[in-house]
Design a protein around this ligand. Structure first.
Ligand SMILES: Cc1cc2nc3c(=O)[nH]c(=O)nc-3n(C[C@H](O)[C@H](O)[C@H](O)COP(=O)(O)OP(=O)(O)OC[C@H]3O[C@@H](n4cnc5c(N)ncnc54)[C@H](O)[C@@H]3O)c2cc1C
Length: 699
């Protein structure tokens, strides 16, 4: 039935002001209005239709993406959204975001332009940015090679300065030096920021960025000496296959000297390397920016999956019918709630930590401009860790303790028994929460999963990033004795003596509803895990040997630290003035669900470090169950607050009107297999089989 709200009975139960929550979720009224306007604009334009995407072959899919990218750019120009003003750039970004199709423009705006801004001199910016802003050139970011990704210093592409011609010669000396993966490179980009080993006067000077034209601006052919192509299909239908991730090989390509990005290091006409007066650390500011957007994207991807699973869980009924009455909505099963509501809480938690990271980026930028680098290592570690934590929790790798008899098992023992960990991934968990229908492309979840999972790898492999965080934590712990005060998110380590000794004083389940109690438990767990790692490291003669041997423990300590950051930023958010009837109460409930669920799932850490007792763990679990009951009547409204259009959500199961079954039925008939009643191939292969004539058939 069109026009009927099948979820109205759920929406009537809401105990808070949903419109006010929409503003909290968006970050401000301005941000809400902006994204609402752009989302509607895209949703109402048939050119941005995407419901057929998973049925298209690669070539058709790719061409369709090019059409949408061109149409989006046309709309942006028509709406006069482009220009130097920050707000309009934001609007254009939102419009592209709601088109919801990975394309070369993501890399152009998300990596090529920021790299020139962050690493180019003023003169280089004046030359290249206007061309990029008008899309007279299209750029990508070519760092990763076939042989090396995480280890940037291992890149093999060379940029050798030739003083006779005042040029750099860019070369790929081996097969493994071929650039491999850059998005937008395979078929579309005209230019690339290429990372290569700088060589002048026979000496190496590390890896630097160079602006290289790779295709003709007239006929789009690769320039002489350049081999270029797409690297092939990636996971899933539709999904990331709209992107032309590419391969690129150089055969002694020449570029002018002024195309090396020289904001920090300059190469003179004579081939001398000169450090500019711009501090090297400035480059890290760009990294903080990019990772902050990735954390924001994690909350978006997670909230989309949760919105679909929550709405469908309220529509779906199984079992429980008495006297011919209605069956039970699956959202009312406690098992469904204990799987779904922590993910709902995580979506909000990641949203707020992402918002805080935006502030951190502004703070770091201001400090860098004032030549204050004191908080940079901490900010860098913090963004690396949060990128890893939030993408992993959204896509893969959330570690879950086995909760059978864990309170009486030590962490090590449960490890030994192989009982304590299995893998949960949020988008995949949402698919399972939707039962069989979640596996249909029409649910939107398979494509969301396929598009999202590489976030665990790009912009820094998650494990490699966590090892960087661990290194920073170990350095911070080692400097405690020398009186150096830890800053920002590591400030709690300054109270390490107290945190090693403190005892949790929870006696009743409600005691877990005190922010100070929750914070102390997370701080104590993280501090104790860090100190234990530092003590174990000190037993090794060579620190590097210890670091290699203990790397798995170090990663766990880094995860504990990052979870503490998310919990503490959620708690800080609640200390702000939050208007709207009942809004703060709901956020408090979500905050406790997020924290207590982590405590429950990572019980091994909390118990083995002696931060809490088994009894207190059990009380936390009681409290958690009671929070699920409080969230239940508000669940639909809490996902409505994300304000996603049906177009953006792209899911029959997650439709805002809950009209799932007729639409799912309709959708099935759109499949190309249903174009004919008898399928192509029947006469050649199936008919002879049925008629026992396979021996004579030409297969
Ligand atoms: C969809 C997608 C888009 C991409 N887009 C771009 C792009 O636009 N431009 C670009 O330049 N690149 C791009 N990349 C490449 C991406 O940045 C790299 O794949 C990423 O940095 C990981 O590097 P890698 O592939 O070398 O992984 P590896 O480092 O080879 O990782 C393999 C395994 O080794 C482990 N490992 C590696 N080092 C260590 C260590 N020191 N200690 C412990 N474990 C370790 C990792 O955890 C992982 O499990 C993209 C990748 C993908 C998937």
């Amino acid at each position: 039935m069109e026009g009927v709200d099948h979820l109205a009975h759920e929406r009537n139960k809401t105990e808070f002001d949903v419109d006010a929550m929409k503003i909290v979720w968006a970050g401000s009224r301005h941000a809400f209005e902006l994204s609402d306007r752009m989302a509607r604009l895209v949703a109402s334009d048939p050119a941005f239709r995407k419901d057929d995407r998973t049925r298209l072959g690669r070539k058709e899919l790719f061409k369709n993406t090019l059409r949408k990218a061109a149409h989006a750019w046309k709309r942006i120009l028509e709406l006069r959204l482009t220009g130097p003003c920050v707000i309009t750039e934001e609007e254009a970004g939102q419009l592209r975001n709601f088109v919801d199709e990975p394309s070369f423009t993501d890399l152009h705006w998300g990596m090529f332009v920021p790299a020139i801004k962050g690493q180019g001199t003023d003169e280089q910016q004046r030359k290249w940015l206007p061309l990029a802003y008008k899309m007279q050139i299209i750029g990508c970011y070519a760092q990763t090679e076939l042989g090396h990704g995480s280890n940037v210093q291992g890149l093999e592409t060379t940029a050798t300065f030739d003083p006779e011609t005042d040029e750099f010669v860019i070369n790929s000396p081996t097969l493994t030096s071929s650039k491999w993966w850059p998005g937008g490179l395979g078929k579309i980009s005209t230019h690339a920021i290429v990372y290569a080993r700088l060589i002048t006067s026979g000496q190496e000077h590390g890896v630097h960025g160079f602006i290289v034209q790779i295709r003709s601006l007239d006929d789009h052919m690769p320039l002489p000496g350049i081999t270029i192509g797409d690297i092939g299909m990636k996971l899933g239908n539709g999904a990331y296959n709209t992107m032309d991730n590419g391969v690129l090989k150089f055969d002694h390509i020449r570029i002018p000297r002024n195309q090396m990005l020289m904001r920090v290091l300059q190469v003179t006409r004579e081939g001398k390397c000169v450090q500019s007066n711009v501090p090297r650390q400035l480059i890290y500011g760009t990294m903080v920016f990019v990772r902050q957007t990735i954390v924001a994207d994690a909350s978006t991807a997670l909230s989309r999956a949760v919105c679909i699973a929550t709405r469908y869980s309220a529509v779906r009924r199984q079992f429980g019918s008495q006297d011919g009455g209605m069956e039970t909505q699956v959202i009312d099963y406690k098992t469904q709630q204990s799987r779904l509501f922590p993910l709902l809480a995580s979506a909000y938690a990641f949203r707020f930590v992402g918002e805080w990271l935006k502030w951190l980026y502004t703070d770091v930028t201001q400090r860098l401009q004032a030549n204050d680098f004191s908080t940079l290592p901490e900010a860098h570690a913090c963004t690396a860790g949060l990128k890893s934590l939030t993408t992993a929790a959204t896509a893969v790798e959330q570690r879950i303790s086995y909760d059978g008899n864990l309170p009486i098992l030590s962490c090590a023992l449960s490890y030994a028994l192989g009982l304590d960990y299995f893998i949960l991934d949020a988008i995949e968990e949402c698919r399972k929460l939707c039962g069989g229908h979640g596996y249909l492309c029409a649910s939107g979840l398979p494509e969301l999963f396929a598009v999202y999972v590489p976030a665990c790898t790009y912009e820094g492999d998650n494990v490699v990033l966590l090892l960087q965080v661990a290194r920073f934590l170990m350095k911070t712990v080692s400097q405690l004795g020398s009186g150096k005060k830890p800053v920002g998110t590591t400030a709690y380590l300054g109270r390490v003596q107290d945190l090693l000794q403190c005892c949790c004083d929870v006696q009743r389940a409600e005691d877990w509803l005190k922010p100070s109690v929750v914070l102390e438990a997370f701080e104590a767990r993280s501090a104790r895990m860090c100190v234990a790692c530092a003590q174990n490291l000190s037993k090794f003669e060579k620190p590097e040997d210890g670091f290699a041997e203990l790397s798995a423990d170090l990663v766990e300590a880094a995860v504990a630290h990052c979870q503490l950051i998310v919990v503490s930023k959620f708690i800080e958010k609640l200390q702000q003035d939050i208007p709207g009837k009942g809004v703060k109460q709901q956020l408090q409930n979500l905050c406790y669900i997020y924290a207590l669920n982590l405590l429950h799932k990572y019980l091994g850490d909390f118990l083995s470090t002696g931060c809490i007792t088994p009894k207190q763990a059990s009380l936390a679990n009681d409290q958690l169950r009671s929070m699920y009951s409080q969230i239940r009547p508000n669940a639909i409204a809490l996902v409505d607050a994300f304000n996603y259009t049906d177009h953006y959500l792209g899911s029959v199961l997650g439709r805002s009107d809950g009209n799932v079954y007729p639409k799912l039925y309709e959708e099935a008939w759109k499949d190309p297999l249903n174009d004919s009643v008898v399928p192509d191939g029947y006469h050649e292969y199936v008919h002879p089989m049925l008629k026992q004539q396979l021996r004579n058939a030409r297969l």
